[in-house]
Design a protein around this ligand. Structure first.
Ligand code: PEP
Ligand code: MG
Length: 765
């Protein structure tokens, strides 16, 4: 892992391990001792204030309605107890609770979130340090210390307060301070239906029964009786977890799926990270039990995560977090999740999901995934997509609001989750699912039939691929081949840059799996929205138009040459098709092609078996290239239009900006006339042209593309059936005639007119 942003070194020796252990022991004695709960809480504020040399120590407890109530204080006015209340997110205390992260401020009063409460008399205190008290992943209170001077609290002091906060959390959870019913979120079992929104990571519909991925582990004992025993328990659980991960990699689920193995390797690497284990041991040294140590380190990670902007680092921290939960399972003696108790249709609900964790379940029962976090490049999302399970991520408080056993409907297309839905909603989605299954069967029946229009024109339909499992989809759908193999995808799921030998294996597996069907390998297209874990190209003002794709490859020719070498080697005795991305001018294409020729000569000089034929093509996704197409076609064997990027550059409209989504249409007159000109130019040069952007996967768009002359489309595998059905119901002659008749119109888009044409002519769109 890229070391410098994630601190995996053992934590500091804390605010003196000895002192902390003493403080913990005293806190625990008070907690377990005689007296009213609130008196004991107050005594705890005294010892914390004394130990941390603070004038104030206060404890806020979370109450029903997400209010934080002052329960005990040393140093603030005692009238404020039970009177001072803050909402989650309100003031500094609310901020700490809402984000579940500590704050250490030398000038708290000038912080924008400072909320002054006159009844407390806190205007006298300048500096503030506060930490959340977390129990089972839920904030149950906040501990605060304050000082009159502008004090700089150290990390060690923050850690000390966090550790004591665990004891306080245990006390709150004990139910002596607030009623037990206040400790569970309001949307509990049996409460009303909910509709949650999130971010679509993979489309589709899934119905099932909620299975909460991580039963929230209760740490029953925070302070250890015998530290030696706790170290031993940690080591045993750790060894058991490692063994289980190893076993999992050897199970059949991983056999055919090369990338799953890579993901697991990355996961295991993190599991072996000595820094992580050492952190846990250090936490035990401070007086905690093994379980409390895991929780302590987990909380610490969560805090760090909230401060890291880099998505890759965040994902890796997630992976460590997942490992913590797994370790906790072994400590609690639960071992691996049991599959036999699972419902037949599972909607898995998790805060975040590590790559191995999906395989804790019988994947044949998984119907959908609901995550509180997760990003398109997270390992779990990549695997779920490969398994074709709908995924909705960024669903706020999903784990708190969905209960084990709830009926859940996941609408991946609209990124919605219906929890405990009414009969009507369930029925609607059941019907939709049934209709999809019927459709899917119908598409299956088309598998062996050609994509031929009613008037006998054949269209080549290939798939866009990136993972090994996509090959299976290519065969299942009866696609003609792989029109776009995105080589960056296997790079994205690996822990480090694959060397030539490793790349050769990947490409050979793809070619073997394609079983003679053509595969177009697109060279590395990174930068912009495609981030490689181990590659940090640096901040860019405008990454989509920045140093990306072929620009990087030409500036770092060794990297491109290695890739081309691997491709040449993997293609020994068969045809090699290479395509270069983001070509903006012919000279770039020629420079890239020269590198390929150098690799071919090198290969030849070594007397190795050469590819039977080598063809090179260019992506057309930068408009400038269209004005040099004649020249390009003198050198390139084929062209493939990347409409995703092309659209954003044609309209100067960021493809990832939600506010611009839908503003410009792929069926706008300008787009179609641009594409028509490209097709004509390619026809004249007698060079094949295809289109491999997302638009090719929408039947109505595909219809328009065929109408302006495209005969080669490359699309997501799930669209092969629908697009083929459209083609087989289309009479091309009438469409061409119709499109000619409307080409000069000044409409914003031809979409509605084309929809009308399809309806009138019974074209299945
Ligand atoms: C495109 O831009 O249309 C394309 C196919 O490339 P990618 O989506 O991988 O950028
Ligand atoms: Mg592109």
């Amino acid at each position: 892992m890229s070391g410098d942003s994630v601190d995996t070194t053992p934590p500091s020796t804390m605010h003196s391990t000895q002192a902390l252990r003493r403080l913990l022991a005293r806190a625990r004695t008070i907690m377990a001792g005689p007296g009213e709960a609130e008196d004991r809480l107050e005594r705890i504020t005294h010892i914390i204030a004394a130990e941390l040399v603070a004038e104030v120590c206060s404890i806020y407890v979370r109450r029903a309605g997400d209010m934080l109530e002052l329960y005990a204080t040393q140093g603030l006015k005692s009238d404020a107890i039970h009177n001072t209340r803050l909402r989650m997110g309100e003031g500094l205390v609310g901020d700490i609770a809402a984000h579940a992260r500590p704050l250490a401020l030398s000038d708290a009063q000038n912080h924008p979130n400072f909320a002054y409460r006159p009844e407390t008399g806190e205007e006298l205190f300048y500096s503030l340090m506060g930490v959340p008290a977390v129990r089972g992943g839920r904030v149950v209170g906040v501990l605060v210390v304050q000082n009159r001077t502008q004090r700089h609290y150290t990390d060690e002091e923050v850690e000390t307060l966090e550790t004591v906060a665990m004891v306080v959390a245990e006390m709150v959870a004990g139910g002596e301070l607030v009623d037990q019913s206040e400790l569970t979120p309001v949307d509990g079992i049996g409460s009303k239906p909910l509709r949650l929104e999130g971010l679509r990571l993979h489309s589709g519909i899934g119905l099932g029964v909620a299975v909460l991925h991580q039963p929230l582990y209760r740490v029953d004992q925070v302070v250890a009786d015998d530290p030696v025993q706790e170290h031993q328990r940690l080591n045993d659980a750790y060894a058991e977890m490692h063994g289980a991960l190893q076993d999992m990699m050897e199970t059949s689920a991983f056999e055919e799926a090369g990338e799953h193995r890579d993901i697991m390797e990355a996961y295991r690497m993190i599991a072996s990270d000595a820094g992580w284990l050492e952190k846990l041991h250090t936490a035990i040294d401070s007086g905690l039990t093994a379980e409390a140590a895991v929780e302590r380190v987990q909380n610490d990670l969560k805090t760090r995560m909230s401060q890291v902007a880099d998505p890759y680092i965040r994902e890796r921290i997630h992976d460590i977090e997942d490992l913590g939960i797994r370790l906790m399972r072994y400590l609690c003696g639960d071992g691996d999740q049991r599959t036999e108790d699972l419902p037949m249709h599972v909607v898995l609900v998790a805060r975040t999901l590590g790559p191995a964790q999906l395989f804790d379940y019988d994947v044949s029962r998984l119907r959908a995934l609901v995550l509180e976090e997760g990003s398109p490049t997270s390992h779990a999302a990549i695997v779920a997509r490969a398994l074709d399970i709908p995924v909705v991520a960024h669903v706020k408080e999903a784990v708190d609001r969905i209960e084990q056993g709830d009926a859940v409907v996941v609408d991946g297309d609209a990124a919605r989750v219906f929890v405990r839905p009414g009969e009507d909603i369930q029925q609607t989605f059941k019907d939709a699912l049934k209709a999809r299954t019927v459709q899917a069967r119908k598409y299956d029946a088309l598998r062996e039939l050609p994509a031929r229009t009613l008037d006998g024109v054949d269209v080549t339909l290939s798939i866009n691929a990136g993972l090994l499992v996509d090959l299976r989809r290519m065969h299942e759908t009866g696609a003609n081949g792989i029109g776009l193999y995105r080589t960056e995808v296997p790079f994205m799921v690996r822990p480090e840059f694959p060397n030539v030998d490793e790349q050769e294996i990947i490409y050979r597996e793809i070619l073997d799996g394609a079983d003679g069907k053509p595969v177009v390998f697109r060279t590395l297209d990174v930068g912009g929205d495609k981030v490689l874990p181990y590659w940090e190209p640096g901040e860019e003002e405008n990454p989509a138009m920045g140093w990306r794709s072929i620009r990087i490859s030409l500036d770092r020719p060794a990297m491109l040459r290695q890739q081309l070498r691997a491709l040449v080697r993997a293609s020994a005795g068969r045809e090699l098709r290479v395509m270069f991305p983001m070509i903006a001018q012919v000279s770039e294409f020629l420079a890239a092609k020269t590198l390929l020729e150098m690799e071919l000569s090198r290969h030849h000089e070594r007397g190795l078996v050469a590819p039977t034929r080598v063809t090179t093509g260019s992506m057309l996704e930068v408009p400038a290239l269209a004005f040099q197409l004649k020249a390009l076609l003198r050198h390139s064997d084929f062209v493939s239009v990347g409409s995703n990027d092309l659209m954003q550059f044609l309209f100067a409209s960021d493809r990832g900006n939600a506010r611009l989504a839908g503003r410009y249409d792929t069926l706008a007159p300008s787009v179609l006339s641009f594409l028509r000109a490209v097709v004509l130019e390619c026809e004249e040069a007698e060079k094949p042209v295809s289109l491999c952007g997302e638009m090719a996967g929408y039947p109505i768009d595909a219809m328009a593309l065929i109408g302006i002359g495209f005969r080669n489309l490359s699309l997501v595998p799930s669209s092969i059936g629908p697009v083929k059905a459209m083609i087989r119901s289309l009479e091309l002659r009438s469409l061409e005639q119709y499109m000619r008749s409307i080409s000069d119109m000044d409409h914003r888009s031809f979409r509605e007119m084309l929809r009308g044409f399809a309806q009138d002519h019974k074209v299945e769109i």
